[in-house]
Ligand binder design. Structure first.
Ligand code: ADP
Ligand code: ASP
Ligand code: MG
Length: 436
């Protein structure tokens, strides 16, 4: 059984929604994961922020604008009055819920309830549409099987245990529709898998049902060899290993949610990145194997903060790095890059929630320098220990740009460079020009 995920633009208009049937074959038993209609989650974020700020009038007007968009949407989606009425009921229910939150004490719990409405709307409307055109489908509530633990990690065994009976209940049914992104957390509250999380949902379901293949359908023909939003002339990559795809996703290739590769990798389920606008295009196949001896792709992750801890007194002493890492561990802040010398250690973080507290503790070891607005540029390829020349090619391409940190050898397929964000466009273009 395959899992097919369609992103925001792929369901972004009534026309696009209808065209999904060019790709979905209703005669095959499969699970279809849908994102919210493009733009909706951003609008829901704004509504949540207005409520959190106590600005109920602003929330009400944002809700009215979004509802209006959906009223136009269903008029184009449905042809028959009966189904238009059903669509209207769906919209009234979800927007009624958004409006009623004005009467509650508003906390981050309610905020997550708001964020969940986008996927609930898109899947329910699509389910009604399939009914209208006479295609049988079953709507699977993701909140009944997608769950995270105390560390906000999704639980694959829980998915298997709870989705299997839902599928078994409908042996005669082929097409199952469910929501991407949304889940329940360890308290049973409505939560989500972070922005872009529908990819993660698809991979998690794929792992949970030991699917034969996960297909991520989006608005581009696969993983490109550089960020197509910044660099002209980027090309799709036919094949990537799970590790390479994971590095690229983690270091900024927006086409994939950073964690989405891992569940599929664990159960060796092939992942295909495909283009809804050009379904015949080859796309990218992600499996255990990869082309050898090649630089594959470049990605960049913004919003990085570099921290340098200088301590001539302590750095050589054993146990020093452990004590530094323990500080980050206490504040549940993960480290992306690290470089060391005899008198200093530099590392990077992207979550600065506890930067003040972390800095205060690090000052106990020596001097601390902080650089904000940094970007990690990550070059992914086959750089095993026996290979030579790749690092030189990368550094040659960036020799005109100031570099704050370099990391090579952490894995066989990644070289990372830390630069100022203001230099990102130049470095991505220069690397592209020199490496491909
Ligand atoms: P969806 O809504 O389908 O999940 P996203 O917007 O999340 O789609 O991801 C697709 C977008 O990712 C593309 O339109 C492209 O602009 C962007 N992107 C960034 N880096 C890459 C890359 N290396 N390869 C392909 N797309 C990329
Ligand atoms: N709708 C969610 C978002 O915009 C999840 C997704 O599209 O993958 O982040
Ligand atoms: Mg996405």
């Amino acid at each position: 059984m395959k899992v097919l995920k369609f992103g925001g633009t792929s369901v972004g208009s009534p026309e696009r929604m209808k065209k999904l049937l060019d790709i979905i074959d209703p005669s095959q038993r499969q699970i279809v994961v849908l994102s919210a209609v493009s733009g909706t989650t951003n609008n829901l974020v704004e509504i949540g922020e207005a409520y959190l700020a106590g600005n109920k009038d602003k929330a009400a007007s944002l809700i009215a604008i979004l509802k209006e968009k959906y009223e136009v949407f269903i008029k184009e989606l449905f042809a028959k009055r009966e189904y238009l009425e059903q669509g209207k009921e769906v919209i009234d229910y979800h927007f009624g819920l958004l409006s009623n939150l004005a009467n509650d004490l508003f906390t981050s719990i309610e905020e997550k309830v708001i964020l969940a409405q986008g996927e609930l709307l898109s899947t329910t409307l699509y389910h009604v549409y399939l009914k209208e055109i006479g295609i049988r489908s079953v709507l699977l509530p993701a909140l009944d099987f997608m769950k995270t633990d105390e560390d906000n990690e999704p639980i694959v065994d829980y998915i298997t245990k709870h989705i299997t009976p839902l599928l078994d209940k409908h042996p005669e049914n082929n097409l199952f529709i469910t929501q991407g992104y949304i889940c329940r957390n360890s308290f049973g509250e409505i939560d989500n898998l972070r922005r872009g999380g529908s990819d993660y949902t698809a991979s998690l379901i794929g792992a949970g049902i030991r699917s034969e293949e996960v297909q991520i359908w989006t608005d581009i023909d696969g993983m490109h060899n550089n960020d197509p939003r910044i660099v002209k002339g980027t090309m799709p990559i036919a094949q990537l290993s799970f590790d390479e795809a994971a590095e690229l996703a983690y270091f900024g290739a927006k086409i994939l949610h950073p964690q989405s590769v891992f569940p599929a990798q664990r159960y060796k389920i092939p992942v295909r990145l495909l283009n809804t606008m050009d379904p015949k295009a080859q796309g990218t196949l992600i499996t255990n194997t990869s082309e050898k001896d090649k630089i594959k792709s470049i990605a960049a992750k913004d919003g990085i903060t570099a921290i340098k801890i200088q301590s001539s007194r302590m750095l050589l002493a054993h146990g020093f790095l452990r004590r530094v890492f323990e500080v980050f561990e206490r504040y549940r802040t993960s480290i992306d890059m690290i470089t060391t010398s005899e008198v200093a250690v530099s590392l990077t973080i992207d979550d600065t929630t506890y930067l003040k507290e972390i800095t205060a503790e690090l000052l106990g070891f020596g001097t601390v320098d902080i650089d904000k607005d940094q970007t990690i540029v990550c070059v992914v390829g086959d750089f095993g220990a026996e290979k030579h020349g790749y690092a030189a090619r990368v550094l040659e391409a960036v020799k005109h740009i100031p570099i704050r940190m370099i990391s090579y050898g952490g894995s066989d397929h990644n070289m990372s460079i830390l630069i100022k964000t203001e230099d990102k466009t130049e470095i991505l273009r220069s690397l592209h020009h020199r490496l491909f």
